[in-house]
Design a protein around this ligand. Structure first.
Ligand code: PEP
Ligand code: MG
Length: 886
């Protein structure tokens, strides 16, 4: 098996085998760009090594052969005492895992070749000894697990002994002494001398890079970023070039466009007389890349022309690392660069303009998560505001408020109308009330899957987690950051997209993408590159998608807003939401009714109110389908809570008041009490148990439709029955409904469809039978997930999902993104068997998953006709439906 590839042998599409870095180094080599020669050891070799703890057979020989070729190309031998070839050994996995794995530079240096290196560098002793001490330090730390602080310590001691603070003030003799000190540290910790044999150094470094795939931080990072654990890393062995050979040398990073805004121009940083690690360590300040033009015009021009070439070749924003060694430019790395959500849209639009990509490709380059980010309000940041800490953007949004440290205080202040930010080291289920009350949540510990992050995302609440520069002291009600103390009541602002934390109230500005989506910004007449790019790509997505996008809306106002966002109808109108407020009392009357007369009177009082609601909704969605779902939740939700009521009655009795009415209510609440209401009397079961309830709703819907039609409107009602598990349930409701429809539409013909939710697993598994009685199915994936997994949807996220995510039992909450294998399978079965029984059966989804990017792709794949989601997510669903179709 071939385990080692010369850079001339690979290409950019071999990331699985060569890792991202190796594949791109090969690509650049083959483009004829100045890449230092080298070779890549494949991820296959890494996997074999990790499986067995030994190099796979043949790897050593292949390395020997490639190394010989490298030595021939460079005209030097690895570690040669007189004129040594030195190499770097760098990790490079398929997906970039910045800073997670290991690199060892200057491999090949030893007590003898350090002299040769000095001669090679024109008698630069300082440089040679500095390179040697860097090797011992990196090798010791990464290969032999010597604690890094010990080297840092020795370096600090050397500086303070000399009375200097800058590394550059140590001369060759100081560094030679430091090398001795480093070697002592090395042998103290490893029980052996620092290896002098160059090939042994190389082999050990390669093994260390292999092993760094399973370093704890790498495992954690993969879990967070959902990178599979079994990919392994490739290892790149590259001839060293030096940016620290004097003022005509240096190192830098550059982007072919601004990764923040997407604007074209020259973006990058340069550091003269330095190696890459100095830039990362921030020892000295870099200068803007433009400065290089003054310092070394030849290299600068060459760099710019290479960048243009790379962009044209990759047809995308590239980021690069380069080094200049005594006036000679070397490319050390390139890759398609990370970028902000705004830049993703802007760049995709620009590349279409430049003819580099077409609109399908532009649509590939952006995604719904990015669009969703752009729909949150943003902080308006001028120079006045500098972040004091940066954590993880755990749940997007921009929130400002008074700092509180306890859940109780959050609830208190929020009740006074204050906006508060709950600050904790980390949150736990006891903080739930405080999280609900707060505008935003800030924690100093924990990542994207911490309790705070998971719960905040579930609530749609802004959250920054793991801002570890912040020292939280809950008992003292303060935190310290950047030398400042922030107490309870002080105002902070947190950006849940970038993870940045600011002191004081940062003004918030509305999202231009929302303004555009709502039609209040005209993309043709606005000087805003982002809005124009979004418009163009959205228009293309709309042209490509097969899935229609509807909305979940229960009021005329929501319906109107969703329609402006592009909704093509209502996929779910939850009628129980129309029973709240003042109407609760009418529902109470219905529940307490003694005998048919009282019940009918209560229903008669509700009828006109329901009808008026539907008229408004049909008007806003004129010409588009409106799916109205008959009442779903258990009726006791409309009654006061049992304990409270019992106490009230007892107190009133004590006082000798007349409590006949309260007692009746209490008796009803007791009668209706359920241990497990989500599995109890709700949905179609209610309709079958309370005579006249569904009939009243059906009548209200159809009368409203007839009224609209009579006024020249085009109402398209679809009546949906919730929680059906057996076709007989649906048949019973349908027979009654059809009679009413027949009667009411005698006045004016209106077509009314009758269909069902598929949200009980049994319904999915008997979809063939149910389809005989249903004109459409709408998948209620919230309940289907709840009942499919047996997870109480109202409890689990706060109770233990964070732990499940931490353990990797699932990568994302199944309530957020469809569980394709389990719940998704139920959807697939029901779709197939439903359509087999009734060809052309209309299929949609109205659970939360309808607005989740990955789930939209799934619903496209299983052949649904539409997804339905909250108004705000309609643009995201449109975009993803378009992406799913190309
Ligand atoms: C569902 O269960 O997915 C659904 C849309 O209904 P609800 O969320 O109202 O239970
Ligand atoms: Mg449901």
């Amino acid at each position: 098996q071939k385990y080692v590839y010369d850079f001339t042998e690979g290409n950019k599409d071999q990331k699985d085998l060569l890792g991202g870095k190796g594949a791109n180094l090969a690509e650049m080599t083959n483009l004829g760009l100045p890449v230092p020669p080298g070779f890549t050891i494949t991820t296959e070799a890494c996997k074999a090594y990790l499986d067995t703890g030994r190099e796979p057979a043949g790897l050593a020989e292949q390395i020997t052969a490639r190394l010989a070729a490298l030595e021939a190309a460079m005209g030097k031998r690895l570690g040669d005492p007189d004129d040594p070839l030195l190499v770097s050994v760098r990790s490079g996995a398929k997906f970039s895992m910045p800073g997670m794995m290991e690199t060892v530079l200057n491999v090949g240096l030893n007590d003898r070749s350090v002299v040769g290196l000095s001669a090679q560098a024109g008698g630069n002793d300082r440089f040679a000894w500095d390179s040697y001490r860097r090797l011992i330090q990196m090798f010791g730390k990464t290969v032999c697990e010597v604690p890094g602080e010990e080297f840092e310590h020795a370096l600090d001691e050397a500086k303070s002994a000399k009375g200097v603070t800058n590394d550059l003030d140590l001369d060759a003799d100081d560094l030679r002494a430091l090398v001795d000190a480093y070697k002592k540290i090395f042998s103290k910790h490893t029980g052996r001398e620092f290896p002098q044999e160059p090939r042994e150094q190389l082999d050990l470094a390669i093994h260390a890079v292999f092993e760094s795939w399973n370093a704890e931080r790498a495992i954690l990072y993969r879990r967070q970023e959902r990178i599979p654990a079994d990919l392994g890393t490739a290892v790149n062995v590259v001839a060293m070039v030096f940016g620290n050979l004097g003022p005509d040398s240096g190192t830098g990073v550059a982007f072919t466009r601004d990764p923040a805004s997407g604007a074209q121009g020259i973006y990058g940083d340069y550091l003269a007389n330095a190696q890459g690690e100095d830039v990362v360590a921030g020892i000295r300040n870099t200068v803007p890349l433009q400065e290089l033009e003054r310092l070394d015009k030849k290299s600068y021009d060459e760099l710019l022309s290479i960048m243009a070439r790379l962009e044209g070749h990759y047809k995308d924003l590239c980021d690069i690392e380069f080094t200049i060694e005594r006036g000679k430019l070397w490319m050390l790395q390139t890759r398609v660069g990370k970028r902000t959500a705004a830049a993703a849209f802007v760049i995709a639009g620009q590349l279409v303009d430049e003819g580099l990509i077409d609109l399908d490709e532009a649509l590939h380059r952006v995604n719904g998560a990015q669009l969703a980010q752009l729909m949150f309000p943003r902080f308006q940041l001028d120079h006045e505001f500098q972040p004091v800490a940066t954590g993880i953007g755990a749940s997007p949004g921009a929130a400002s408020g008074k700092v509180v440290f306890t859940s109780a205080r959050a609830v208190e202040l929020a009740a006074e109308g204050e906006s508060v930010i709950l600050v904790r080291r980390e949150t736990n289920p006891d903080d739930l009330n405080g999280m609900i009350a707060a505008q935003g949540i800030l924690t100093s510990r924990g990542g994207k899957t911490s309790h705070a992050a998971v719960v905040a995302r579930g609530m749609g609440k802004t959250c920054v987690s793991g801002a570890d520069e912040i020292e939280v002291n809950v008992p003292a009600k303060r935190f310290t950051v950047a030398g400042q103390t922030v107490g309870e009541g002080d105002v902070v602002s947190i950006d849940g997209t970038t993870g940045k934390v600011y002191l004081g109230e940062v003004p918030v500005m509305p999202s231009e993408v929302v303004q555009y989506s709502e039609g209040s910004l005209d993309p043709e007449h606005v000087d805003n590159a982002l809005v124009r790019a979004v418009h163009r790509i959205m228009t293309h997505a709309d042209g490509k998608r097969r899935l229609a996008v509807r909305t979940n809306a229960d009021t005329g106002a929501d319906a109107a807003r969703a329609r402006r966002f592009g909704a093509e109808g209502i996929g779910l109108c939850r009628t129980e939401h129309m029973f709240l407020g003042d109407r609760k009392e009418l529902v109470e009357r219905l529940i307490l009714a003694r005998g048919a007369d009282e019940r009918e009177a209560a229903l008669a009082a509700l009828l006109p109110l329901q009808r008026a609601d539907f008229v408004e909704i049909f008007r806003e969605m004129d010409g588009l389908p409106v799916t109205v779902r008959l009442i779903d939740p258990p009726l006791h939700e409309f009654l006061p809570p049992l304990e409270q009521l019992a106490v009230n009655v007892a107190v009133a009795q004590e006082r000798g008041e007349d409590v006949a009415k309260e007692e009746a209510l209490l008796a009803a609440v007791r009668r209706m009490h359920e241990e497990n209401p989500m599995l109890g009397l709700r949905g179609v079961r209610l309709g079958l148990v309370i005579p006249g309830l569904f009939a009243m709703q059906v009548r209200a819907i159809v009368e409203a439709a007839v009224a609209c039609a009579q006024r020249g409107g085009d109402p398209r009602p679809e009546i949906m029955v919730p929680l059906v598990g057996a076709v007989q349930e649906l048949e019973t409701v349908r027979a009654e409904a059809e009679k009413i429809i027949e009667e009411v539409t005698r006045e004016k013909a209106v077509e009314v469809l009758i269909g069902t939710m598929i949200e009980v697993p049994r319904a999915a598994l008997t979809a063939g039978q149910i389809a005989e009685a249903a004109q459409f199915f709408s998948f209620g994936t919230n309940d289907l997930t709840q009942m499919g997994w047996g997870f109480s949807r109202d409890d689990v996220e706060g109770a233990f999902f964070w732990r499940y995510l931490e353990l990797g039992i699932f990568g994302i909450s199944p309530f957020e993104s469809i569980d394709r294998d389990g719940v998704g399978r139920l959807v697939r079965i029901a779709a197939e068997e439903g359509r087999a029984a009734r060809p052309g059966l209309k299929l949609g989804v109205c659970g939360e998953h309808g607005g989740d990017p990955d789930s939209v792709h799934f619903f496209h794949e299983v052949g649904l006709d539409y997804v339905s989601c909250s108004p705000f997510r309609v643009p995201v669903a449109r975009l993803e439906a378009g992406r799913a179709a190309i």
